[in-house]
Design a protein around this ligand. Structure first.
Ligand code: BG6
Length: 495
């Protein structure tokens, strides 16, 4: 019974993702009693280590991720017993034979066959190797039991993503493939669906008749850190917009699903992505802006520029900031711009969606009453402050009629006592349960690349001449302000 027995094989288990995200998430799932009765983690990596050394190494990551009150010695001991390690070279066949034997032996000891998940926490190039080797070792064939989990980047453009999907779907059936976008595991991202479709209040006004425009910002304070070698070949458009921002955008703008079945939700998202107006190459400079950080100041500290980061070329043309304007050609959204932006080394870490409503059709108040009047706004705060703000006008106290904008706030931490699961907790449990709703289907990934394609090719062919063009600790290049200012609008500063 795959629901009662499961083995998670992590390729790249001695690496950063397993240490920082996957194993802490599994630990929390174990603590909450969410894991199947029979559960094992098989870590596979290049580094030689014993099972015990592997456990010790992971323990640190878990301790750093969960707070003290959630870490217990007994809890760890029990969980650590589920962890095993096999060292080997992913390019060689031997490790797959060893893996197959280990999986069989484990299931034999349970006298039960369970679900077998293969998680690729490896450098992107391994996706060309591991799935084929798993298939050859006979580990991919059980459609019900075998599942493969892949991380982004899923390709680096439309052609490579198509080729990858083709390869992967020849080896695994689409429903066995879980393409991770960890933003979809975030509570507040899932809450976009609850907000829109579990309330009668907002959906009737969620369209071109009432909404003037939408902004989606994912701002980061961090730079590229030690990920320069990956990031140089990616850039903000590939690293963030193609996946995380387009996923948020899909949830904000999709049509209501009839049910929360994985295929239904994913069909509504793909409908939306297909409706996104394609950008012509000659329009790229009007609708897309790129930036790269120079040295600057963040929280009172001097920080270096992107070109001075480890593994980054001195004349790098990789963007660390990107902003875009998109339109959706359908009945709901005709004419409503969606402004997307993301960047590293911005003043603040903040992911927000703001929905800006149209001005009232007629202002009946005297001119002096309405100074400071703002159109209504709904702000969905994804992180770090999790919640929703509703901005509207109110009469100021006093003997005269004066208006002021005010806000109603829903904050997760005030409204709920329960802690939010880590994104990876939600996603790993979904893989175990076989629920693909929060994962990207092949067609979604390709459609998202198709939207980006003209910008990627124009930028690729024309290296930026003005890089670096924003100082660390500022809100990005001036051209990003101009992108939205041309339409008579401005970016909303995160609160
Ligand atoms: C990753 C990107 O997918 O998301 C990183 O590769 C980025 O560059 C990260 O820093 C942001 O995730 P979060 O959850 O910290 O907002």
């Amino acid at each position: 019974n795959p629901d009662r027995s499961a083995i998670l094989t992590i390729f790249g288990a001695s690496g950063d993702l397993a240490w920082r995200k996957l194993v802490p998430a599994l630990y929390r799932l174990a603590q909450g009693g969410w894991l199947p009765e029979n559960f094992r983690v098989l870590g596979l990596g290049h580094t030689e280590m014993s099972d015990d050394a592997f456990r010790e190494h992971l323990r640190e990551g878990v301790e750093q991720s969960v707070d003290d009150e959630n870490f217990s010695e007994e809890g760890w001991e029990a969980f650590a017993r589920t962890l095993r390690y096999i060292a080997g070279d992913f390019l060689e066949d031997t490790i797959y034979t060893e893996l197959a034997e280990a999986l069989d032996a484990q299931e034999k000891s349970w006298s039960a066959k369970g679900c077998r998940m293969f998680y690729l926490a490896t450098p992107p190039s391994m996706i060309d190797v591991i799935p084929a080797k798993l298939h050859r070792a006979g580990l991919a064939q059980s459609r019900r039991r075998a599942r493969i989990v892949v991380e982004k980047p899923f390709g680096r453009d439309l052609e490579s993503a198509r080729a990858l999907n083709k390869e992967l779907t020849e080896l695994f059936h689409e429903h066995q493939i879980y393409r991770i976008d960890h933003y979809l595991g975030k509570e507040t991202v899932q809450n976009i669906l609850a907000f829109r479709f579990a309330n009668a209040l907002f959906e009737p006004i969620w369209d071109r008749r009432y909404i003037d425009h939408v902004q989606i910002t994912v701002a980061e304070r961090v730079g590229v850190g030690s990920r320069g070698s990956y990031y140089e070949g990616a850039g903000a458009l590939r690293d963030m917009i193609q996946n995380h921002l387009l996923q948020i955008f899909s949830l904000v703008a999709m049509e209501p699903p009839v049910s929360f079945e994985a295929e239904e939700v994913r069909n509504r998202k793909i409908d939306l992505l297909r409706a996104v107006r394609r950008i012509k190459p000659e329009e790229v400079s009007d609708v897309a802006v790129r930036g790269q950080y120079a040295k600057g100041w963040l929280q009172g500290e001097a920080v270096g520029g992107y070109r001075a980061e480890q593994d980054v070329a001195e004349d790098s043309s990789t963007e660390t900031y990107a902003a875009m304007k998109l339109f959706v050609d359908n009945w709901r959204w005709q004419g409503v711009p969606f402004y997307l932006r993301t960047g590293k080394r911005l003043p603040q870490r903040a992911s927000d969606v703001s929905v800006h409503f149209a001005q009232v059709p007629h202002n009946s108040f005297p001119a002096n009453a309405s100074a400071g009047w703002e159109p209504n706004r709904i702000e969905l705060h994804i992180q770090p402050e999790e919640g929703i703000d509703l901005r509207f006008q109110a009469k100021r106290p006093g003997l005269k009629m004066r208006l002021s904008p005010v806000q109603m706030r829903f904050s997760y931490k005030d409204a709920f006592k329960d802690r939010s699961p880590f994104a990876y907790e939600t996603l790993l449990l979904d893989v175990i349960k076989g629920d693909a709703t929060l994962f990207m289907r092949a067609d979604q990934v390709e459609e998202a690349w198709a939207i980006m394609a003209p910008v990627l090719s124009v930028w690729g062919e024309n290296p930026a001449m003005d890089f670096p063009n924003y100082a660390a600790g500022t809100w990005g290049p001036e051209a990003a302000e101009a992108l939205i200012a041309r339409d008579g609008r401005s970016w909303l500063s995160p609160s």
